[in-house]
Write a protein that binds this ligand. Structure first.
Ligand code: GUN
Ligand code: FE
Length: 432
């Protein structure tokens, strides 16, 4: 919920943000000026020009950019932390599809989505790319709750016309196209910062006919797209059988004109992407949503993020609930570091583990750039801000801001989110 219409104001506190060159700027007892929803600047000493603006003193608290969750499944929130003993395809059939089928029931959907939205609101996330289910009514309900929250999101009604389950599958490609088109029109009419996104679940659940129809919709409405890519070895083999003309998994999207290029596209996982796929992602500006917790829980593997960074690909983080157990991107940051260490020692010693500052970039500016000028406090960026009280993490000496940033990743369950702004608007978050 939005509580504050004031457009010019200042936060004072311990300000940390990433810059486009991946360096991190640490600013003790500094001021960040918001003008008309944008960051005007960060100052050690407040210039006279801003002396009339109201100052909110956050004291010792950390002030960081809001984070972008590039991949999360809202309807899977009810079974988070359950069913972690299976790999992807069995997990989908045994846990995911039965749960998602329940969203046919709008009463259940509304209740489940309200829990999800409340918890997302109380997190460091300010923007997200969200999967819903195949059900248009429930998806619109999720979107209206997100809109009311003040968060900025893309949401996808999921497409699946094959290999679902008897209770979770659209009748035909034509039925999926029709329902999706009507949903897009309805969403475009109803919401300002909760936008529709094309969401073919993944190649195994979308027929060639459906993929062609989604391309038609993309051309008609110019919508961004999200899906899954190269997550699991059995899945990758299956895609080869289902689309025999594809040279690699990404090519199966590309053949239907659904692999980036003109429109923003984000693919989750990319654990086993071959060189040609990496090349095409780079060429087509496809974003990678790195989901380290999910990749660990479903025994999927370790994505070579250092390699992707060296290649200059666009990368952000995803919680991938419910293969990831929760919405905390602070936890995802810690896990991104941890799995990169396993990759380094078990797979390739040329690929150095990720650092705190690098994963901070991925969670803020890396993913934020999918939404425009988002995820930094450089002048002109959206004023997306999270204020964090880390005083419960006790220490017998004072810590530097760099040390405090590192600590909040590993003790994410001990921090309190006290204030949150998106585009300069203060959100109403319930304290936990
Ligand atoms: N691939 C297709 N659907 C899903 C999903 O719901 N979660 C994950 N992690 N991978 C998928
Ligand atoms: Fe996923």
């Amino acid at each position: 919920m939005i509580t504050n219409k004031q457009s010019n104001f200042i936060l004072k506190g311990q300000i940390i943000y990433s810059k486009p060159d991946w360096s991190v700027s640490y600013n003790e007892n500094a001021y960040i000026v918001c003008e008309e929803g944008k960051v005007e600047g960060v100052y050690e000493n407040l210039p006279d020009a801003f002396k009339a603006y109201p100052i909110i003193d956050c004291k010792e608290q950390l002030i960081i950019p809001g984070m972008s969750d590039l991949h999360v499944h809202a309807p899977q929130y009810p079974f988070r932390g359950l069913g972690m003993d299976l790999e992807l395809l069995e997990w989908l059939n045994n846990h995911t599809f039965p749960e998602e089928a329940k969203y046919q029931d709008i009463t259940y959907a509304h209740k489940a989505y309200s829990i999800f939205v409340d918890d997302l609101l109380y997190s460091t996330t300010t923007r997200a790319c969200i999967f819903a289910t195949i059900h248009p009514e429930a998806t619109l309900d999720l979107m209206s709750q997100l809109e009311a929250s003040g968060l900025y999101t893309y949401v996808g009604k999921v497409n699946m016309d094959r290999n679902g389950s008897p209770r979770l599958q659209e009748e035909s490609a034509a039925a999926s196209y029709k329902a999706t088109r009507e949903w897009i029109i309805s969403a475009n009419k109803s919401f300002k910062h909760t936008l529709p996104m094309l969401t073919p679940r993944f190649i195994p659940t979308c027929s060639d006919e459906l993929m062609n129809k989604l391309h038609t919709l993309q051309t008609e409405f110019n919508l961004p797209l999200q899906s899954h890519l190269s997550e699991n070895l059995s899945e990758i083999n299956w895609v080869k059988q289902l689309v025999p003309t594809s040279k690699f998994y990404g090519d199966a999207y590309h053949q239907f004109g659904l692999f980036g290029g003109e429109v923003p596209t984000v693919m989750a996982h990319c654990i086993y992407s071959p060189e040609e796929e990496i090349k095409l992602m780079k060429q087509n500006n496809v974003y990678i949503a790195h989901c380290p917790e999910s990749n660990t829980n479903l025994s999927s593997g370790i994505a070579p993020i250092r390699k992707y960074m060296e290649e200059g690909l666009n990368i952000g983080l995803g919680s991938d609930v419910a293969a990831g157990t929760g919405l905390s991107l602070l936890k995802s940051m810690a896990m991104a570091i941890q799995v990169s260490k396993l990759y380094y020692c078990l797979v390739d010693q040329d690929k150095k583990p990720l650092t705190t500052e690098e994963v901070f970039y991925l969670a803020t500016l890396g993913g934020g750039s999918f939404f425009g000028k988002v995820g930094s406090f450089m002048p002109g960026y959206a004023f997306d801000v999270v204020v964090i009280d880390d005083s419960a993490i006790k220490a017998p000496r004072s810590l530097s801001l760099k040390e405090r940033l590192e600590r909040i990743l590993y003790y994410s369950d001990q921090v309190q989110i006290t204030e949150k702004y998106v585009d300069g608007q203060k959100l109403k978050i319930a304290s936990k």
